[in-house]
Design a protein around this ligand. Structure first.
Ligand code: EPZ
Length: 429
């Protein structure tokens, strides 16, 4: 199993190209099931999760083509994929595939909308919490699907097609909103989704669906209105930049000091995190090419932050912020409100010398003057990258184990950081 070795203490300087967003790419690929025409996605990140979803979709009969690089295109450009689900050969998503990636459960929506039936394994628990699917099921039922749970599978049926309806989510859910949207676009009549998640990745998928012929309005708000259509066609869509990758590298620069341009990053996708970074004493500026992050000399100021649905501070940046706060000049409080078990990185940061006490859903972080390298491992990808941030500032060598978590969500992490002066390398085997 690969590991990443980091020798900390070097400031980051240079530029980092920001990849297409993983959490938009996955539902966009799943949306290809809604049409028998070709969906072309540009700016797709090269990630293990994308390859895994490709395998999962091929089980349903989806063909995916990755054209060769065009002249002049560098390794840094995200790639283009052509996806065509001209014939769905299987409407079952088995446990061994769904258990590898939770988002693959979302195939239930396009399959039942287009084929009138779907049988998808319940995803089960994961390292950051229980993550149930009750609200996804509720949304499908509101659109007329008959749901049965049997042998660990959710079976959804709508032999005469789905019907538009009113879906009011009792809590904000990204997975619920993606599912409702993908089901509603092919339902007869109008669907209204209230308390919809406003994460930019939802808007990106909705924009793509509209290019495919869907009629979705209210994009970017908490109330989505969908006029169902009888069929969708092909389209070409470029995946929006990854706001979590952007925020991660921004925090890495804040941690080590230095000056880095995050190329192609869009500030409006992570304003709350940029505001927090500014409070820590980091200089954040928007430029024509992206976002520039700079911190020279001055210490890191502590902050109090609570994770929230968009536009609030993202849970997917909580571990990275905690790593940054381990070296703040004072005490900070970080409260997690989205997932109940997303503090698995606390013990590992402690191995680097961090002082963190847990008080329910709040981590109280007392800044220390220095961290020291150590072997560490993490249980999910954002936690892993939080450890990378700690390691970049720690004295001596840190070995980050279980790199496959990082490979799920960060494209060429060691190359991007290495190009900015970090002493980081992948150790194979
Ligand atoms: C998405 O997960 C992301 N995954 C997560 O990113 C992200 O952390 C999360 O949204 C929150 O922003 C993808 O986009 C692939 P939710 P999702 O449905 O959709 C509860 C990463 O590292 N809930 O918004 O699964 C749930 O338990 C990943 O890239 C129910 O109670 O999150 C949680 O407490 C990790 N019932 C809250 O809602 C349901 O039926 C928000 O979950 C569904 C969710």
């Amino acid at each position: 199993m690969d590991r990443i070795r980091i020798v900390g203490g070097r400031p980051l300087k240079g530029s980092i190209p920001i990849s297409g967003a993983k959490n938009a790419t996955l539902p966009l690929m799943i949306a290809s099931l809604l049409t028998d025409q070709t969906l072309i996605l540009d700016n797709v990140p090269r990630l293990a999760d994308v390859s895994l979803l490709q395998r999962i979709l091929s089980n349903h009969g989806v063909d995916m083509m990755v054209p060769g690089k065009r002249p002049g295109e560098s390794q840094q450009n995200g790639h283009t994929i052509h996806i065509v689900a001209s014939r769905i050969v299987d409407t079952t998503a088995p446990y061994d595939l769904v258990s590898k990636m939770r988002a693959s459960f979302w195939v239930i929506a396009p399959l039942v909308a287009r084929m009138g039936e779907a049988k998808v394994s319940m995803p089960g628990g994961c390292a950051i919490g229980t993550r149930p699917v009750d609200l996804l099921i509720m949304a499908l039922e509101k659109l007329g699907a008959k749901i049965e749970i049997d042998g660990g599978y959710v079976i959804a049926r709508a032999k005469d097609g789905l019907k538009g309806g009113e879906i009011k989510f009792p809590k904000v859910t990204v997975s619920g909103t993606h599912t409702a949207l993908m089901a509603a676009v092919l339902a007869r009549g109008t669907t209204v989704i209230e308390n919809a998640a406003q994460e930019p990745e939802i808007g990106d998928v909705a924009d793509c669906l509209n290019k495919m012929g869907a009629r979705i309005s209210g994009i970017g708000t908490s109330r989505l209105i969908i006029e169902g259509v009888t069929r969708l066609g092909g389209a070409r869509h470029s995946v929006l930049p990854d706001r979590i990758e952007t925020g991660t590298y921004a925090m890495a620069v804040a941690m080590t000091g230095g000056d880095v341009l995050l190329e192609g990053a869009r500030p409006e996708l992570l304003q709350s995190a940029l505001d927090v970074l500014a409070q820590t004493g980091t200089e954040v500026s928007a430029t024509n090419e992206g976002i520039r992050i700079k911190r020279n000399g001055a210490g890191i100021s502590p902050v109090d932050v609570t994770t929230d649905p968009f536009p609030g501070f993202p849970t997917d940046l909580q571990a990275q912020l905690m790593a940054l706060m381990t070296m703040a000049k004072g005490t900070s409080r970080i409260t997690e409100t989205i997932f109940e078990n997303r503090f698995m990185h606390v013990q590992e940061l402690a191995r680097l010398g961090a002082r963190i006490a847990l008080d329910g859903q709040t981590a109280v972080v007392t800044g220390v003057d220095k961290l020291r390298g150590a072997p560490v491992m993490a249980t999910d990808l954002r936690a892993s990258v939080g450890l990378v941030i700690g390691a970049l500032a720690a004295e001596g060598e840190t070995m980050v184990n279980r790199v496959y978590h990082l490979d799920r969500g960060f494209e060429r992490l060691e190359d991007k950081l290495g190009a900015c002066g970090a002493a980081i390398e992948r150790v194979s085997g």
